[in-house]
Design a protein around this ligand. Structure first.
Ligand SMILES: [Ca+2]
Length: 444
């Protein structure tokens, strides 16, 4: 699950099966995928990869096609179009790994936000067929964090469109899920025979709905975060214990060099019967590359931890969340998306006949894709492997009769039109030197 971009037919049997890889469900080969097409320009980048061979075995053709197309609509948004076709119907799951320090939040319907330590990603999912979305962790691998899943019913083919808007983000904390409100997410419990001792407790908690309990023996580790030597660090947590006549709970900071932990500092071991504040303030020693905190308990009863923070004492930059773009599927997602970000509306239109975009723009093209910034006048237009693109009936890009072209026209601040055109999207193709002779730009 953590290594595939798309997995088929996620059911209980597949989730419980520890055999790896599982042909028919996931990528079975490390090789075979390839970059098929590529273009880079001032206003957008385009790449298409083909991954079907990595899912097929010598005996079995699982996928006839798994093309992932990514448009980078500069500077704010990525649109990813996955086209999947198989000999047998499947439920296709496009996966986004949130990572161990991140939390997935559903905003509305198929709109989500992943919040990480220093960044966030707003996501939307749509497509040619109905889609469901969800966030979950792999049972037993919660410390790797959650993954987002956009998935179809069982179908012989599907097109899933993901819109991704990354941005800087920071809350001032080095760790997420400080109060165990997202369960075990981000925390690594002690493994093996001690694993069942770690319980997310809804009865005893200091904040919110949950705390992290340890029965008898164990610990919760935070993710290891990059820390420079000399950094002043502050960590705190709240501890409560019960039925403890020997041992107790404590808070620790571990410092790591290139491979292993070389220094640990801890609070005194305690057995408080009510919530008690633990705190450590220290300076990262010479040789530190990363550090983590640990919430420890060992004894003959139980210990509970809640509200465990880990911060740089001099303060970390607090970066407010970036407002979400507005994303409107075109014809329910069957014909692309209209993205409204930072005051600019950009439509990505898939192949097909004329289509109404926004309230009153009709976009028509004969290519594989078109991208249109809907300003008046437009800032840029893109036609992929076609001969004409029109907006509201006005010819906007016209290719001189002959083979289809891929062309981008960009309007400079001074009104000058700049053209970039290629007669092929095979990687390393040079742009046409005579683009002006082959492409006519017109219309508002
Ligand atoms: Ca809590």
């Amino acid at each position: 699950m953590g290594h595939a971009t798309m997995v088929m037919d996620i059911d209980d049997g597949f989730m419980l099966d520890e055999a790896f890889p599982t042909p028919g469900h996931e990528q079975v080969k490390r090789t075979g995928g390839r970059i098929e097409r590529f273009l880079s320009s001032d206003v957008l980048d385009y790449v298409r990869g083909q991954a079907a061979p990595a899912y097929n075995t010598d005996e079995m053709t699982v996928l006839n096609d798994f093309s992932r197309t990514i448009f980078y609509l500069k500077p704010h948004v990525f649109v990813m179009v996955d086209d999947i076709r198989a000999p047998e119907p499947h439920s296709y799951n496009v996966l986004l790994q949130a990572g161990p320090q991140s939390v997935c939040k559903q905003v509305e319907g198929n709109g989500w936000t992943i919040e990480g330590g220093k960044s966030q990603l707003h996501c939307w999912f749509t497509g040619s067929q109905p889609l469901e979305t969800g966030a979950q962790a792999y049972p037993g691998a919660e410390s790797y964090g959650e993954f987002l899943r956009a998935y179809t019913q069982r179908l012989p083919e599907a097109r899933i469109i993901s819109v991704l808007q990354p941005a800087a983000f920071g809350t001032g904390s080095l760790v997420r899920n400080t109060g165990f409100e997202s369960g075990m997410q981000g925390w690594t419990p002690r493994a093996n025979e001690d694993l069942p001792n770690h319980v997310i407790d809804a009865e005893v908690k200091r904040s919110g709905e949950f705390s992290g309990r340890i029965d008898h023996s164990g610990y919760y580790y935070s993710p290891k975060v990059k820390v420079d030597p000399g950094t002043e660090l502050h960590t705190e947590a709240w501890l409560r214990t019960a039925n403890t006549t020997t041992g107790g709970g404590y808070l620790a900071i571990h410092f790591f060099g290139p491979d292993k932990c070389f220094k640990t500092i801890t609070t005194e071991r305690g057995t408080p019967e009510d919530w008690t504040h633990l705190q450590l303030d220290t300076v990262a020693p010479e040789g530190t590359q990363t550090a983590c905190i640990g919430l420890y308990y060992s004894g003959d009863g139980s210990g509970w931890f809640d509200d465990a923070t880990f911060e740089i004492a001099s303060g970390m930059e607090v970066v407010e969340p970036t407002p979400r773009a507005t994303v409107e599927p075109i014809e329910g997602g069957a014909r692309g998306v209209l993205v409204d970000v930072d005051g600019e509306r950009v439509a990505l239109v898939t192949a097909g006949g004329p289509v109404v975009v926004g309230e009153n723009h009709v976009v028509e093209h004969d290519g594989e894709f078109a991208v249109v910034s809907l300003g008046d006048p437009w800032r840029y237009v893109y036609l992929q492997e076609g001969t004409r693109l029109s907006i509201n009936g006005q010819p906007t890009l016209s290719i001189t009769p002959g083979a289809p072209l891929t062309a981008v026209a960009r309007r400079d601040a001074d009104g000058q039109i700049r053209l970039h055109a290629q007669d092929s999207l095979i990687p390393h193709t040079e742009p046409l030197a005579d683009a002006e002779a082959r492409v006519t730009v017109g219309g508002g």
